[in-house]
Ligand binder design. Structure first.
Ligand SMILES: NC(=O)C1=CN([C@@H]2O[C@H](COP(=O)(O)OP(=O)(O)OC[C@H]3O[C@@H](n4cnc5c(N)ncnc54)[C@H](OP(=O)(O)O)[C@@H]3O)[C@@H](O)[C@H]2O)C=CC1
Ligand SMILES: CC(=O)N[C@@H](CCC(=O)OP(=O)(O)O)C(=O)O
Length: 350
């Protein structure tokens, strides 16, 4: 290995996050995917289940064998469910690999809070402490110094990128924030479940996990750090009949009178030099299609002078900036490469 060449393994390769990692990493100049791993289909060609990968991958899926992977890879992406990642991450770290985990297992610093929201025993506290929370535009400097990244949730990324600068600057009352978020169905993963059935979601629009979504404490953890005091939020998620995309529409009370133009300026300064956050001009709000298939997060604002409230609209592609794309962005940061490597796509439109 040299600084411009790294071998990557992907665990959970037959899930949406894993398959998206395979797609995106094809365009990465310094990364070679040397192992795609499946706990359920080892020995089968990946193109058997995913014919769109026929030209890309002719090899067979590896089994979940840490010793085997240790000989083949330098970094491992865990695109595995919560509860699974907490068992795998220590094995790969002990084997000397860098680990980027896409699950919720290492995001919450309090085991008690994890237990409360995920209804599952928390991971080893020492490992949770060691993991760097990879919201790239906010904690990129910490990501550069670690070998273990905990990638943020998709709703969380979309919401936090839209809220963080205003909370940090004290321009909005953090305890007044309401987040109204919508996701495409791929956010629920590839596994079968009733709410993803065609006739359940087609021409339908539903709220779910109201006041109990597992991304609530993750959002609050980061906003509390930004505000310098405990913050609680109201966070509501909805499922919409589309495949990819998240929109978070957020409302908060301004601490003093501000204009749209001031907000745009604050956010442009905060994200200066960070190519994946695109702040819209005043009066322009983003749509999910405008980031489709890319690592962009697009943000727009509207100050309501009548109510003294600010509305923020933030959009991402849940599988890219919300998962695989941000994971690769974090690998770029961790390797001290340009953070945009392998991620320079124009959105698919229409
Ligand atoms: N979908 C999204 O938009 C986002 C997902 N995430 C998180 O990323 C992770 C992956 O999500 P996603 O790809 O959508 O999920 P999927 O359900 O689509 O895929 C998860 C994969 O994990 C593997 N897996 C399941 N159980 C085990 C196990 N016991 N041991 C090893 N591997 C196992 C399976 O692959 P195989 O059978 O081949 O081993 C499965 O295909 C999850 O933690 C999710 O919460 C985060 C942000 C956004
Ligand atoms: C549409 C849908 O069901 N989305 C999932 C979020 C998936 C995800 O990002 O999960 P973790 O961040 O917790 O790993 C949900 O709302 O639970």
């Amino acid at each position: 290995m040299n600084a411009k060449s790294i071998r990557a393994a992907i665990v959970g390769s037959t899930g949406y996050g894993g398959v998206e990692l395979i797609r995106l990493l094809q365009s990465h100049p310094y990364v070679t995917v040397t192992s795609v791993i499946s706990s359920s289909s080892a020995g089968a060609p990946i193109a058997e289940g995913f014919p769109h990968l026929t030209e890309i991958r002719t090899d067979l899926l590896d089994g979940l064998d840490v010793e085997l992977i240790r000989g083949k890879a330098d970094v491992v992406f865990l695109a595995t469910p919560h509860g699974v990642s907490m068992k795998l991450a220590p094995q790969f770290l002990d084997a000397g690999l860098k680990v980027i985990d896409l699950s919720g297992d290492f995001r919450l610093k309090s085991g008690e809070v994890y237990q409360q929201w995920y209804k599952h025993e928390p991971a080893d506290p020492a490992l949770v402490e060691r993991a760097v929370y990879g919201l790239s535009e906010v904690y990129g400097d910490l990501v550069k110094q670690t070998d273990f990244v905990s990638n943020p949730g998709c709703f969380t990324t979309t919401s936090l990128l839209g809220l963080y600068p205003a909370v940090k600057a004290g321009w909005i009352d953090p305890n007044s924030i309401i987040i109204d978020a919508k996701s495409g169905v791929s956010g629920a993963g590839r596994g079968l479940n009733l709410s993803a059935h065609y006739s359940e979601i087609n021409e339908n629009f539903k709220a779910y996990k109201i006041n109990r979504h597992q991304h609530t404490p993750e959002i609050e953890q980061v906003l509390s750090e930004a505000a310098g005091r405990p913050v609680v939020t109201t966070f509501t998620t909805h499922l919409v009949p589309m495949t990819r995309g998240i929109m978070a529409t957020m409302y908060a009370t301004l601490t003093e009178k501000r204009s749209d133009a001031e907000l745009v300026e604050l956010y442009r300064q905060f994200y200066e030099g960070r190519k994946f956050v695109r702040v819209r001009p005043a009066g322009h709000w983003p749509a999910t299609k405008e980031v489709y298939g890319t690592n962009y997060c697009d943000i727009g604002f509207s100050v309501d002078e009548r109510t003294g409230r600010l509305t923020i609209v933030s959009v991402t592609d849940n599988l890219v900036k919300g998962a695989a794309g941000q994971a690769i962005q974090n690998l770029n940061l961790l390797m001290d490469w340009d953070e945009t490597l392998g991620l320079q796509f124009t959105p698919v439109y229409p």
